[in-house]
Design a protein around this ligand. Structure first.
Ligand code: CDT
Length: 313
């Protein structure tokens, strides 16, 4: 039996450093309304969707850093989005920088939330695979300081019954790691939604430009197929603060095929009527985990991070 749910990936064009939260939320709301008018019941927004990709800069003070974070969700600036979701009966996924105060301790996460069609929180995910460095890379045209500004996510990879199926979340660099999707697939995920900010160059190693998009699509398509799940990925795209971000917002089917893809590097809604039951045959046949996985040979995956050469000779 098909289980159809129309899902929109809402790509954002660049957000400049001077843009206010209010102006960005107005853009998100316009995308939400467009997606709802087209019949979508879930709208996926990018990673850190309320601000410029601020980890590209080194700041002089902690106050400057904390200005990019939200202590409340919804807060004054974001409440209109939650109100619009409730009014339109459409849920959303939103990435933002989260600041948590616990006694004397402050923790900061790269976070995403899933909000239901009633405008209420369904679940939260905090990014686990933080890329980049804690210290600036000398001579680089811009930085990628996620390891400096964020704590590693502490919520694991949860999934929720939501939007007609079992739904999970991850954020940007998480999509490059097969463990991300396999853990959620083992919990029954049929749909994973994510946002990303992927620079169009690699500051750590010179790379042909086309590889940035290729590796993005390769990761999504391989993981969708190998886990028999839908993946909906929303980009922040275009030239932001003078530096390029790849677009490539897309919806990938459990077959690994691209069901829908953005055409621009600006604000754009990409939608598809996803049959959440489509992956069932893949998980019943070639990727029937219960019959075919051989966990007795996988232990090293969770007991070891880096490579230790262990040859047989
Ligand atoms: N935001 C984010 O996670 N971006 C990374 C860039 C990796 S290069 C340091 C990505 O995987 O797209």
């Amino acid at each position: 039996m098909p289980r159809r749910v129309k899902i929109a990936a809402a790509q954002l064009g660049p957000i400049q450093r001077a843009d206010s939260r209010e102006s960005v939320v107005a853009r998100l709301q316009a995308l939400l309304e467009e997606a709802a008018a087209g019949g979508s019941t879930l709208v996926v927004f990018p990673e850190l969707a309320l601000t410029t990709f601020f980890p590209r800069w080194l700041y002089q003070s902690q106050d400057e850093v904390d200005a990019w974070f939200e202590e409340e969700m919804p807060g004054a600036a974001t409440r209109p989005l939650f109100d619009a979701a409730k009014r339109l009966g459409v849920g959303f996924h939103l990435g933002y920088a989260e600041l948590v105060r616990e006694g004397n301790q402050v923790r900061r996460f790269n976070t995403a939330i899933l909000v239901g069609r009633d405008g209420k929180l369904v679940g939260k995910y905090r990014k686990i695979h933080l890329p980049g460095t804690a210290e600036p890379v000398p001579g680089a045209p811009y930085q990628h300081l996620e390891k400096r500004y964020f704590d590693v996510g502490d919520l694991g990879f949860p999934v929720w019954k939501a939007f007609g199926g079992v739904t999970g979340m991850c954020i940007c660099n998480d999509r490059r790691w097969p463990e991300t999707f396999r853990v959620m697939a083992l919990k029954g995920a049929e749909l994973v939604v994510l946002g990303y900010n992927t620079p169009d160059s690699n500051i750590h190693h010179p790379e042909p430009v086309h590889l940035r998009m290729f590796h993005h699509m390769l990761s999504l398509q391989a993981n969708a197929y190998q886990n028999g799940m839908w993946i909906v990925a929303a980009a922040k795209a275009g030239r932001e603060d003078g530096f390029g971000l790849i677009g490539g917002t897309c919806i990938v089917a459990p077959t690994g095929e691209i069901a829908a893809q953005a055409l621009t590097e600006g604000d754009e809604v990409v939608a598809y009527d996803c049959d959440l039951a489509l992956g069932e045959y893949i998980r019943r046949t070639v990727f029937d985990f219960a019959r075919h996985r051989r966990i007795e040979h996988y232990g090293i995956i969770t007991s070891q991070t880096g490579v230790k050469v262990q040859t047989q000779n």
